[in-house]
Design a binder for this molecule. Structure first.
Ligand code: NAP
Length: 286
């Protein structure tokens, strides 16, 4: 049976993607940081599909030691249940912040959760992904356009603008996917980015205040149901398809920013390796 890991599976886009994939008989390993929300999500899925294969793992993905711990737990689960194989990893957990806030490592939180957590989790689950010629899917956003990387102030600690930090983290999602493809397509691993569109979720109303909170409360009302983008993840996870694009929305390939270059992808890859203390080459060459 196919097994897929989805981070941020406890609400919004991740929850609806989980619901859709479990209906297709896929074994889903969801990752969330709030036990109550994870239990609620699981009950909601099982109440309409008692046969759904859904297991939640708890981890605060803002903290790298938590990413490492949950990757170990998932790896040992995969070894016991699916010959150590992972068909896809969906790096979807994300956050919005109003102010400059940092992790234990001192990294800005939107950069840390929206990009670095997925970078590190992918590295740690690479052996399982390689076994299944798996796919890695990031939840990106159209907001990555119209911004370039702030290489000299990557955490944006000077004159923090929350929207700039969010957009930069979403540009990182595509640069990371490109960097992965450049290194791993020969090992049978493909990376993609989904632009879900404007979706009616509570992302901008969690741990935010002031302007960010009020603007999102209004903006989300114009958003789509999260069941709509869920279909694009299912399409990209389907082994019967072999999509060769990088950036997808509503089941179709889409243009991305001109900032998505080999040079920027390599630069982000090397920086992320340093910030996470890992080296992909060692994993790729093993
Ligand atoms: N909504 C949109 O219009 C939109 C547009 C473009 C891209 N996106 C992207 O879509 C992704 C999902 O967001 P969403 O809109 O579905 O919002 P959401 O409902 O808030 O989903 C975010 C998920 O991440 C989890 N999460 C938050 N902090 C975490 C942490 N420290 N550790 C582990 N998990 C954590 C949340 O858990 P809880 O359930 O406990 O809060 C939730 O499951 C994000 O990457 C976002 O940037 C959203």
């Amino acid at each position: 049976m196919k097994t897929i890991v989805i981070t941020g599976a406890s609400s919004g886009i991740g929850l609806e993607t989980t619901r859709l994939l479990t209906r297709q008989g896929i074994n889903i390993l969801g990752v969330g940081h709030n036990e109550i929300n994870c239990n609620r999500a699981k009950e909601s899925i099982l109440s309409e599909n008692p046969d759904a294969k859904i297991t939640f793992f708890l981890a605060d993905l803002l903290q790298q030691r938590e990413v490492t711990r949950v990757a170990e737990e998932i790896t040992s689960y995969l070894e016991k249940t699916s010959d150590g194989e992972l068909s896809a990893l969906i790096n979807n957990a994300g956050c919005v912040r109003s102010w400059y806030m940092t992790t234990e490592e001192g990294y800005e939180q939107q950069f840390a959760l929206n990009h670095l957590a997925g970078f590190l989790l992918t590295y740690l689950l690479l052996p399982a992904l390689r076994k299944a010629h798996g796919r890695v899917i990031m939840t990106g956003s159209e907001s990555h356009k119209g911004i370039s990387m702030h290489w000299n102030n990557i955490m944006l600690s000077r004159l923090y603008n929350p929207l700039t930090a969010y957009k930069q983290s979403k540009l990182c999602n595509i640069l990371f996917a490109k960097g992965l493809n450049d290194r791993l397509v020969s090992a049978g691993i493909h990376a993609y980015v989904v632009d879900p569109g404007l979706v009616n979720t509570d992302i901008g109303n969690k741990e935010t205040s002031g302007l960010v909170n009020s603007i999102w409360a209004l903006r989300k009302k114009r958003g789509l149901s999260p069941t709509i983008p869920a279909k694009t993840y299912a399409f990209l996870c389907d082994p019967k398809t072999a999509p060769d694009g990088l950036y997808y929305s509503h089941l179709k390939v889409k243009d991305f920013s001109k900032q998505v270059t080999r040079e920027n992808a390599d630069r982000l890859f090397e920086l992320s390796e340093r910030l996470c203390g890992v080296h992909y080459e060692q994993e790729v060459l093993r």
